[in-house]
Design a binder for this molecule. Structure first.
Ligand code: 1CP
Length: 336
């Protein structure tokens, strides 16, 4: 997996699955219940380590991804974050005047338990299993901070960015700096590669995309590499569409995560052939299984057979996914 991240093509693509630890696994649901709250699970190294390793016990995956969430950063900055069952995350929405009340100075201390989880994982994993650290990219994290919850069109955050450019720039500065420190600490604790989850890179015109997505992602890539030279980084600008090539070129990520709505031919023609791509099966095809899943998985593998490719979904696995379909998919990627 790490070889592929670094641009060296393998005979079969390595494979991991976005959100591979989670509610589709009964053993996850059991630990989740024991932990009480979701954030307690993220901040308890023993339990977070356990749920990170669960999918690797079941499946022949090439990588583990740290179990945590993109919203530990707002939580670390002092914004109240809650996870209600069946509701997703709920935050106290951030007003323009409240940006200055965020507390970057407390973030490092607050996130220490997550770094302890990374250390335990590196010690527990064999050398041939890549350990992926991550954080949310600033724009995506800001959409939750400003709206107080997920939203289909990110209206509140998009409006805030255009209406309050100074407060927005200040918020991006805080998120960029906090994310750089956090990712550098993850590398120092043993992460082999990190992924920047820009899950809401959609619905933006090209100027907004440049300011809100490319700029902050690039600053993080540069900031991390200033302290960890050549640090391997995966970018995942979900919904970037026609902005994808520009994102790859200007941010300098090693790997570009491709969402499932992006046509394979477009990836082949728009992105440089030496750039590693990751993706991009529709998670719904993994729910349905059979030929619906297998024929498309084969198409993806064939389309990227001439470049470095990490097989993955084009977004996170969903709770209703049958475990047998995950087993079959991984077998198909590894053995045809
Ligand atoms: O009760 C539960 O168990 C909550 C479900 C859950 C889980 C398992 C949430 C709440 N977060 C997570 C873990 C998580 N989140 C990981 C773990 C590592 C892994 O196995 O992959 C990662 C990488 C994330 C990242 C994350 N959180 C993203 C980016 C990826 C993506 O899917 O777009 C986002 C947008 C979040 C916010 C979030 N946290 C949880 C939920 C349900 C959501 C999405 C809310 C929404 O739809 O807006």
């Amino acid at each position: 997996m790490l070889e592929t991240v670094l641009g060296r093509k393998q005979t079969r693509p390595p494979v991991w699955i976005m959100r591979q630890a989670g509610r589709y696994l009964p053993e996850y649901r059991e630990v989740r219940q024991k932990a009480g709250g979701f954030l307690e699970l993220c901040y308890t190294p023993e339990l977070a380590t356990e749920v990170t390793l669960q999918p690797l016990r079941r499946f022949d995956l090439d990588a583990a991804i740290l179990f945590s969430d993109i919203l530990v950063i707002p939580d670390a900055l002092g914004q109240k974050v809650r996870f209600e069952v069946g509701e997703g995350p709920l935050l106290e929405p951030l007003e323009a005047s409240a940006v200055e009340r965020l507390e970057p100075a407390r973030a490092g201390e607050h996130l220490k338990p997550v770094l302890e989880t990374v250390r335990r994982l590196r010690a527990a994993l064999p050398a041939n299993k890549t350990l992926i650290g991550f954080c949310g990219a600033p724009w995506t994290v800001a959409t939750y901070m400003l709206n107080g919850r997920g939203s289909p069109d990110q209206w509140v955050a998009r409006r805030f960015a255009l209406e309050h450019p100074e407060a927005f720039a200040r918020l991006m500065d805080i998120l960029v700096e906090t994310s750089i420190d956090y990712l550098v600490a993850q590398f120092e604790a043993g992460a082999d590669v990190v992924q920047l989850f820009e899950s809401w890179a959609l619905n933006l015109d090209e100027d907004a995309f440049a300011t809100q997505v490319i700029g902050p992602n690039k600053r993080i890539v540069d900031g991390v590499r200033a302290r960890i030279p050549n640090a391997p980084i995966i970018g995942f600008p979900r919904g970037a569409a026609g902005n994808l090539a520009r994102f790859a070129r200007e941010t300098g990520v090693n790997v570009l995560g491709i969402d499932y709505a992006t046509p394979l031919d477009f990836v082949r023609s728009a992105l440089p052939p030496e750039l590693t791509v990751q993706g991009n099966l529709d998670p719904l095809r993994l729910v349905i299984g059979g030929e619906v899943m297998e024929s498309r998985a084969r198409e993806i593998i064939a389309a990227f057979s001439d470049r470095p490719h990490i097989f993955n979904l084009g977004h996170g696995i969903v709770p209703e996914t049958p475990i047998a379909h995950v087993e079959r998919l991984i077998d198909l990627v590894k053995n045809g």
